[in-house]
Write a protein that binds this ligand. Structure first.
Ligand code: COA
Length: 310
């Protein structure tokens, strides 16, 4: 029996901040940001919209899409590094707000790879028969830990949430294989003091190597080859990193998800947000082989190979 994604949802704040808006605030240019990162605009949450609010909206959409009763959800996993506060967790806040009265709840802290960690954890609980449905949310309000005086980081990130309900799917469908990993020696390259601090060059090098490698590993573990991949959803951190993994897999441009121009890097939310947009645009069909691959602070990484459908 396989676990798969039986419903998905997203939420992004309505306020758009363009590269031109940032030009007015710091020494940067639309041209630099576009060429170096692929980002054109990002969504920034208002002061009174915290992480749990975005998580709730995305989760509601995913539960509705899955057509499940909230009481059937046995576990809520929220992947975030920007919770409203250290505790109570965002997941327990959702547990109350969603009416998921039978759900256990915990947050997962694995930065931009958090949604991958969440999906893989959910898979274990569903396939073991422990829970019928697990809700996984990837959500960040990175704007609250961004140093708006630091052009090296401020131009890169955005706020948003994506969610999936993981449940049983039919034979041959769902999560076929996965890889998770961590390398704490790279922790110094991306961390939070008061604000987010990053050594962009080092993270870039790591990401290019790891994204391609992990994507190849999960395809192989699923008993498939790169020719079988119908669609790649890489973590939307930088278009040049994404392109490097696409090229490593030998995929044409139209087989890679690209939403970074609209949302920037939304960390744990980037893959599920992209998934929702791609489904809405008809880019993913029943039976397609999809690869998710993400990386982030820690350093952490994760990839999944999924045959889409219930
Ligand atoms: N606007 C204009 N110039 C900028 C700038 C900005 N927003 N940010 C940096 N620069 C300048 C630098 O000051 C530097 O100028 P200098 O040569 O005069 O010193 C120049 O651009 C090159 O900077 P550098 O940081 O060496 O460029 P880079 O090729 O490493 O690209 C990133 C910078 C951030 C785009 C790139 O390193 C990156 O994307 N790294 C991965 C980040 C990431 O994905 N993080 C999230 C992980 S989940």
């Amino acid at each position: 029996m396989n676990a798969g994604l039986v419903g998905v949802g997203k939420f992004v704040p309505s306020h758009i901040v363009t590269n031109e808006d940032l030009e007015k605030r710091m020494d940067t240019s639309d041209e630099w940001i576009r060429t170096m990162t692929g980002i054109e605009e990002r969504r920034i949450a208002a002061d009174d919209m915290d992480t749990s609010h975005m998580a709730y909206e995305a989760a509601q959409n995913a539960i509705k899409d899955a057509g499940v009763n909230p009481e059937e959800i046995g576990l809520i996993l929220v992947a975030t590094v920007t919770p409203d506060r250290p505790f109570p967790t965002v997941s327990t806040m959702l547990q109350e707000q969603l009416g998921t009265k039978n759900a256990a709840a915990m947050d997962i802290s694995a930065a931009c790879a958090g949604f991958m960690y969440g999906l893989v954890t959910a898979k274990q609980f569903v396939e073991s028969g422990s829970y019928d449905y697990v809700l996984v949310v990837g959500v960040e309000k990175l704007s609250k830990i961004t140093d708006w005086e630091d052009r090296n980081t401020a131009v890169l990130f955005g706020d948003g949430a994506g969610a999936a309900v993981v449940g049983k799917v039919s034979e041959g469908r769902g999560i076929l294989s996965f890889e998770l990993g961590a390398d704490g020696t790279g922790g110094k390259h991306l961390y939070q003091d008061e604000y987010l601090v990053m050594n962009g060059r080092e993270v870039f090098k790591f990401a290019v190597r790891q994204m391609g490698e992990s994507a190849l590993n999960v395809v192989e573990k699923a008993g498939l080859t790169t020719d079988d991949i119908d669609y790649l959803i890489p973590h939307q951190a930088n278009i040049r990193i994404m392109e490097a993994s696409r090229e490593r897999l030998g995929l044409p441009v139209e087989k890679m998800s690209k939403t970074i121009h609209k949302y920037g890097n939304t960390s744990a939310a980037s893959i599920p947000i992209s998934l929702v947009d791609d489904l809405a645009e008809g880019k993913i069909k029943e039976g397609d082989v999809i690869v998710f691959v993400g990386f982030g602070a820690g350093l952490t990484w994760g990839a999944l190979c999924i045959r889409w459908g219930k």
